[in-house]
Design a protein around this ligand. Structure first.
Ligand code: PMP
Length: 408
């Protein structure tokens, strides 16, 4: 594959061309949210300028266009995930809402006191708390697959944890705090061998990793638009057809019914059964534009570029005295969490911001994982396809500046 030509890509991201604290912005907080290319901005404003109407109900031209665009967007998500049918894609607010939907609509009716839900030690709070809430209501238990010192799942522990009472395994495809890419196909195979369905959190995977829900045979896959160059407030749940068919509605309202009387309501088939109320139409259209834009750039080329940035940054950060990189898995997305001796992550983030460099600091909504590594917080640099080697060098120079400011 040809290397990625970054400058023409950067030119498509208006937000990148600004100064922060007198320095050109180096945006290295992509795991929190990615910036949006012109194609996405135009798709969203184009909807407002030409097609804005409510979907699924009107007979007039604009409503028909809006409905067509919204359903075409579902088709884009279907193709990106290689789902069998568009009806397996439910539009939601994001990964968080998708996980909650599966918790309450899929799992709750099949969960009994004493049953178990299996998660991993590297989950985002979004893939812990919904299961915990469910466990508390039902009297079920959360079990946890531990993580190694390098930030990989202890697969040898998995089989022992998949028990007769395990009703679901929920794990992340890519860790937002460590960058670890988990061997999802192998894990799904092991869970299915024990009859356990699997939900995979793809929030951090979609911008970096090709996805094929049929090949991986996942039961549920969830992601957020805003982390893959699309709008916020929109995301998708993939669910196997047979699961979605069997699931009761989650929220009630318009758009999700067949007929309503005061005695009895019958519900639409999936996916509309799970899309109560007027959906985020412009969000779905913007998301489709983002997926198509990334495909036109080439996911493989983007991933190769990010891999180079990751290797560069990993080597360079190791040369800065006192830096400890947390998460050294063999398979990693372009995310580097680190601490610096004598520097609080918050101070690292503040000093870097003075240099125009945006990184995230904190627990990254993964407090159990932070505890596992014995740190309250880390600084995290996360790269997207528009980042450059020059920005990696600026990060390194910024960390030397942190040492100077803190008198190290
Ligand atoms: N899972 C992972 C791995 C994430 O990184 C995030 C966002 N930081 C989420 C879930 C939640 O995504 P959202 O807030 O967009 O619903």
């Amino acid at each position: 594959t040809l290397p990625l030509d970054v400058e023409p890509i950067r030119a498509q991201f208006p937000v990148l061309h600004q100064e922060v604290n007198g320095q050109p912005l180096a945006y290295l907080d992509n795991a929190a949210t990615t910036q949006k290319p012109r194609a996405v901005i135009d798709a969203v404003s184009g909807f407002y300028e030409r097609d804005c109407a409510n979907v699924h109900r009107g007979v007039h031209a604009l409503s028909a266009r809006a409905t067509e665009a919204y359903e075409a967007a579902r088709g884009s998500v279907q193709r990106r995930l290689n789902a069998r049918r568009p009806g397996e894609i439910v539009f939601v607010r994001g990964a968080t809402e998708a996980i909650n939907l599966v918790a309450w609509s899929f799992l709750r009716p099949r969960l009994q006191a004493g049953d178990e839900i299996l998660v991993t030690e590297m989950e985002h709070h979004a893939n812990i708390v919904p299961w915990q809430l469910l466990c508390q209501q039902i009297g079920a238990q959360l079990r946890v697959v531990p993580v190694t010192d390098s930030g990989e799942l202890r697969l040898e522990a998995l089989d022992g944890l998949l028990g007769d009472r395990t009703r679901l395994l929920a794990l992340t495809h890519v860790s937002n705090a460590l960058g670890t890419i988990n061997p999802v196909a192998e894990i799904v195979a092991r869970a299915h061998a024990r009859g356990v369905p699997v939900l995979v959190d793809g929030a951090q995977a979609l911008p970096h990793v090709a996805m094929d829900v049929q090949a991986l045979d996942v039961d549920f896959y969830v992601f957020s638009g805003h982390k893959t160059y699309g709008p916020s407030g929109i995301g998708a749940l993939y669910g196997k057809h047979e699961h979605l068919q069997a699931m009761p509605p989650w929220q009630g309202g318009g758009e999700m019914i067949l007929s309503v009387t005061f005695d009895r309501t019958t519900f639409a088939a999936p996916p509309l059964r799970f899309e109560a109320g007027t959906p985020d139409m412009e969000g779905a259209i913007g998301l489709a534009a983002a997926l198509e834009w990334l495909e036109s750039v080439g996911l493989e080329r983007a991933a190769a570029h990010e891999r180079e940035l990751l290797d560069h940054a990993t080597r360079a950060l190791r040369s800065v005295p006192g830096v400890r990189i947390i998460g050294t898995a063999a398979e990693k997305a372009a995310i580097i969490s680190f601490t610096m001796e004598g520097a609080h992550p918050h101070d690292i983030g503040t000093i870097l911001d003075h240099e125009g460099i945006a990184v995230r600091t904190g627990h990254h909504c993964a407090q159990p994982l932070m505890r596992r590594f014995g740190v309250p917080a880390t600084a995290r640099a996360s790269f997207a396809l528009y980042n450059t080697h020059a920005e990696v060098e600026r990060l390194v120079e910024g960390l030397h500046q942190v040492r100077r400011v803190l008198g190290r």
